[in-house]
Ligand binder design. Sequence first.
Ligand code: LMR
Length: 396
Amino acid sequence: MHFTSLTRQPDDPLLKIIGQHAADPRPGKIDLGVGVFRDEEGRTPVMTAVKAAEARLLETQASKSYLGPDGDTGFVSALGRLVIGDAVSWDRAVGLQTPGGTGALRLSAELLARAGVARIWMGSPSWANHAPIFRQAGVEPHMIPCYDLTSQRFDLDGFLAGLNAATSGDAVLLHGCCHNPIGIDPDAAGWTAIADRIAQRALLPVVDLAYQGLGDGFDTDANGARAILAAVPDALLAYSCDKNFGLYRERTGALFATSADAETGGVVLSNLLALARANWSMPPDHGAAIVRVILEDDALTAEWRDELETMRQRLASLRAMLAEGGRIGTVDLGAVAHGKGMFATLPLSPTQVEWLRDRHAIYMAGSGRINIAGFNVAQVARFHDALRDMAVNGVA
Ligand code: LMR
């Protein structure tokens, strides 16, 4: 009787594509749906540095006893120093391990709600889960349309103008690099302008950094986040190791908070720990332990960074091949060359997305977002052909 007031919720449209693609018997089907890295053979392999760290853990881990709501503190500090660098002095930063980047975002949202922050501004479109995560915690998302799909451009002026509607104390969400779902990031001058505007308007930035190393390179990809953190007294940085360590299902992430001084940082951390305890008590250990073993060992770190760089180069070369298709019908694939990382969103209608799936077994998000890692080299040409076929058939 207690559940009769509930209404059925729709399946998550992105996760649903995994099942639809798996059930499609057509050979040569292409899965450009959920954002996982794939190699040329379509596999999402466990990275060799990760395998080596796992073997070491198997040998040396003496206990599975609880750690605590902050998780693996060695992981948190090694990762934090690597990502934040010297953008802010480490005594102004605190951090804790979270179940994936999503856990870090959820904790951010609850901290904002607890601190009385009622609104968070974000460029639109954003990752489909961003708005629900904040709304569910009681922080209302406000969207600022600022991407042009036809030209594949980020409208910096439009975004800054949108922020003028934010009032002191509001939060603003930023994609640290490799924007999901568009793939277009601000350039260095753009990051400076955004950081200045956030500081002027006394907004609280929440940076979501989930693809570090898949854009311009591992260190360069943190520059935007670092510029933001350096510009303001308080900021949050939600970090995911899903993609750059290939740890997806291990749910490995962290949340870092910078504050004006160490004392405030301690208060912030105590609130984050209390919120974590009430949510998941303690985060899962295995993925974070793997990352710690890698980051504490120079040889493993070098191996991991080489593998990550190979992944980055594969994405960049697939993107260049895709862009070689040029203008096909209403889609200017050439413009996709402006982007970085795993994703691009093509200006396709839902009818066109469905047509490509039904006619050509090409699966992508309903928004027209494609995971570029989903292609192998031969499939890029097949994708060009499919778009030509769609144009010839006048599918709009
Ligand atoms: C994606 O956007 O495809 C990934 O971040 C996976 C997810 O959970 O949506």
